[in-house]
Design a protein. Structure first.
Length: 254
């Protein structure tokens, strides 16, 4: 119980927590309003009192449920699939509680069930969009120092990744999330022809590893990074040999 109290006190002192909660409340209100508007074809004025009567219940249920499902405990700049799954759970549980509450109090007399189905969908989309927007803000609009580092790519090493798998995904995320790293990603090469032309988080797979020398001439990387954690010893020896032949400094991802 004590750690929970400490956590609550810590959140209460955090202005970002209150900002996120306030935006969530606005989104919850907007979600319910749009649900009424869509269900009653923009004739919400006829249902405005019903909307107002639902609003306190919706806010009082959803925000605490969001907290219980830890939507306010994550580091929002690192929103992940786990957070999206928690949003799905929180949205479904809170909507179910609201529906059961109305069902037991007045058996839905004067209420439309479809409103709450639409509201569930809008709530999920809005809350997800809010979290994704926070991540985008931190990734693309950081502080002045980081923004300067990001825009001034001439001060960073041009990095070409070797391998377009899970390891490359992790490297790209780290470089994009941490603008203080001295790297500017320029492309990826891989052994799979089917991946050529595709992108991982906006970074293109420019060609095959066998054509490494050609890609080095095209993109002039200052450093190579072998990001294939699943490579066998034979494959790794081949990649290292190709990098050594290129004359470009290289590293191997542990």
């Amino acid at each position: 119980m004590i750690p929970n109290l400490r956590l609550i006190k810590s959140l209460i002192r955090n202005p970002k927590f209150w900002l996120v909660v306030s935006v969530d409340i606005l989104l919850v209100v907007l979600s319910l309003y749009l649900s009424f508007a869509i269900r009653f074809e923009n004739r919400i004025h006829a249902q405005f009192l019903t909307f107002l009567s639902c609003l306190p219940l919706v806010i009082v249920v959803k925000i605490p449920v969001f907290y219980l499902f830890e939507l306010y405990r994550g580091m929002w700049r690192y929103t992940s699939m786990t957070d999206l799954v928690n949003i799905i759970k929180a949205t479904a549980v809170s909507s179910l509680i609201i529906i059961i509450s109305i069902l037991y109090t007045n058996r839905f007399e004067g209420f439309s069930r479809s409103v709450f189905i639409i509201d569930t969908l809008f709530t999920f989309l809005f809350i997800c969009g809010h979290r994704i927007g926070i991540r985008y803000f931190y990734s693309h609009l950081p502080g002045p120092r980081s923004l300067l580092l990001k825009n001034n790519n001439s001060n960073k090493k041009r990095l070409l990744l070797i391998g377009a798998g899970d390891s490359a995904d992790q490297v790209i995320r780290e470089v994009q999330d941490n603008q203080s790293l001295p790297y500017h990603l320029i492309g990826i090469v891989d052994d799979d022809p089917a991946k050529v032309g595709l992108k991982i988080h906006g970074i293109p797979v420019v060609g095959l590893i066998d054509d490494l020398e050609e890609h080095i001439q095209r993109f002039t990387p200052q450093e190579l990074l072998i990001a294939i954690s699943s490579a066998s010893s034979g494959q790794m020896k081949r990649l290292v040999a190709l990098c050594q032949e290129s004359g470009v400094p290289f590293k191997v991802l542990p």
